[in-house]
Design a protein around this ligand. Structure first.
Ligand SMILES: C[S@@+](CC[C@H](N)C(=O)[O-])C[C@H]1O[C@@H](n2cnc3c(N)ncnc32)[C@H](O)[C@@H]1O
Ligand code: SF4
Ligand code: SF4
Length: 372
């Protein structure tokens, strides 16, 4: 009798928890609708920087130079996640510097899992000792986190661009280990490799595309830019002749598992029009970046506020947000994968892009070799 009562109480408690959860989710969805009407960002896509410290020193990047050697504090990380979840964030990307060198990576992943975001990813250069690669791979398998790795070129070019030695060898070792986990079906995500095209690696891009295909990874294509405090202006990396870039287009457009939408590449050929996500689709298209001290940024240099001290609703009612909106309106525009591709939903009604995304993922667990 006592046992039956206890079971009944347990079931009632579970049912209450479920309906509480459903009510919370419904409130968040209703909140999205309200934000959409009021044009308030939902922080749908949000990157959290775990540290600015890094294992590489890339020619194009100034993030490691911003590092004071600190890593995000676990409690602070949880406060940030809690606020983002309550506000309606869906996709969280962990970035750096090199996020994998955070000394409490498993606790970070555990917290991420606790808040049940729809989609989570780790942006990592994979350039670290084998033991850390093994640990990172075990953890992304255990917590089902997507992996996105930089892959800009081969041999001396890779070393020069990434300011390190044996980059190709070390990064490919990690990529093959990830493929091993995929072949054993312990990792179900298809990882993504991002190649940043510059004057220095252009000639290697056709082979980079081939190599990513052999690995059976997704491919992101970006172009070197120097538009924010995170970038370093390097004359040697600037593309001298736009036609050389356009020559690569057919190869890129036909690449297997290309993630970057095809319509974006048309902007390279045609006169680029300003497509600012913060203006066109502030609720669902705009991206935000939280630093390890809690400061939150858009594409602009100034922080909007601090997620450890401020409430998100207050940030979007603040003078800083009003000032940022005035800056978005005055900006002459950008055309880059970070911002442009999330700007206009209508752009995706492009036949080539629809076909691109409808392609079936038939080979998700295929083991692929790296060609020598
Ligand atoms: C800042 S990194 C952080 C994650 C990790 N450290 C890595 O490199 O993969 C994220 C991406 O930004 C890219 N990036 C850095 N500086 C850039 C620039 N000036 N232009 C275009 N992409 C850049 C990197 O190559 C990398 O793919
Ligand atoms: S691009 Fe990534 S790997 Fe390179 S220095 Fe910047 S943060 Fe580090
Ligand atoms: S750089 Fe300009 S166009 Fe691009 S996202 Fe920022 S404000 Fe918008």
């Amino acid at each position: 009798m006592v046992l039956r009562n206890r079971n009944r109480m347990q079931k009632e408690k579970e049912a209450n928890n479920e309906s509480e959860q459903e009510a919370k989710m419904a409130a968040i969805e209703l909140g999205h609708l309200k934000k959409f009407v009021l044009r308030i960002p939902s922080l749908y896509f949000c990157s959290i920087r775990l540290t600015a410290a890094c294992t590489q020193s890339c020619m194009q990047c100034s993030i490691p130079a911003q590092s004071d050697g600190s890593f995000i504090d676990l409690q602070h990380f949880e406060t940030i996640l809690k606020k983002l979840k309550q506000h309606g964030s869906k996709r969280i990307t962990l970035t750096g510097g090199e996020p994998a060198i955070h000394p409490q990576l498993e606790e970070i992943f555990r917290l991420l899992a606790k808040y049940e975001f729809t989609n989570t990813a780790l942006l990592t250069n994979l350039y670290y000792p084998e033991e850390l690669q093994d640990k990172v791979i075990d953890l992304v398998c255990k917590y089902e986190i997507g992996i996105n790795t930089s892959y800009d070129g081969f041999a001396g070019i890779a070393d020069k661009l990434r300011g390190a030695t044996d980059v190709q060898k070390i990064v490919e070792r990690g990529m093959l280990k990830i493929n091993e986990a995929r072949s054993k079906c312990v990792y179900s995500h298809r990882p993504t490799a991002t190649a940043v095209i510059s004057q220095l690696n252009m000639h290697q891009i056709p082979d980079v595309i081939q190599r990513i295909k052999a690995l059976d990874w997704n491919l992101n294509i970006d172009v070197y830019r120097y538009s924010s405090d995170n970038h370093r202006e390097q004359d040697k990396m600037k593309i001298k002749n736009k036609d050389d870039l356009l020559c690569l287009l057919p190869l890129i457009q036909q690449a297997q598992h290309l993630k970057t939408p095809l319509w974006y590449f048309e902007g390279w050929q045609k006169q680029k029009q300003k497509q600012c996500p913060y203006m066109i689709s502030p609720t669902f298209g705009s991206k935000f970046f939280v630093h390890e001290n809690g400061d939150i940024y858009t594409c602009l240099h100034e922080s909007l506020g601090n997620l450890l001290h401020d409430e998100i609703k207050d940030i979007f009612a603040s003078d800083q947000w009003k000032a940022a909106k005035a800056q978005f309106a005055q900006c002459p525009g950008c055309w880059n994968t970070c911002y442009t591709i999330s700007s206009r939903a209508l752009s995706y009604l492009h036949l080539g892009t629809i076909r691109q995304y409808l392609q079936k993922d038939k080979t998700l667990h295929r083991t692929a070799e790296v060609p020598q």
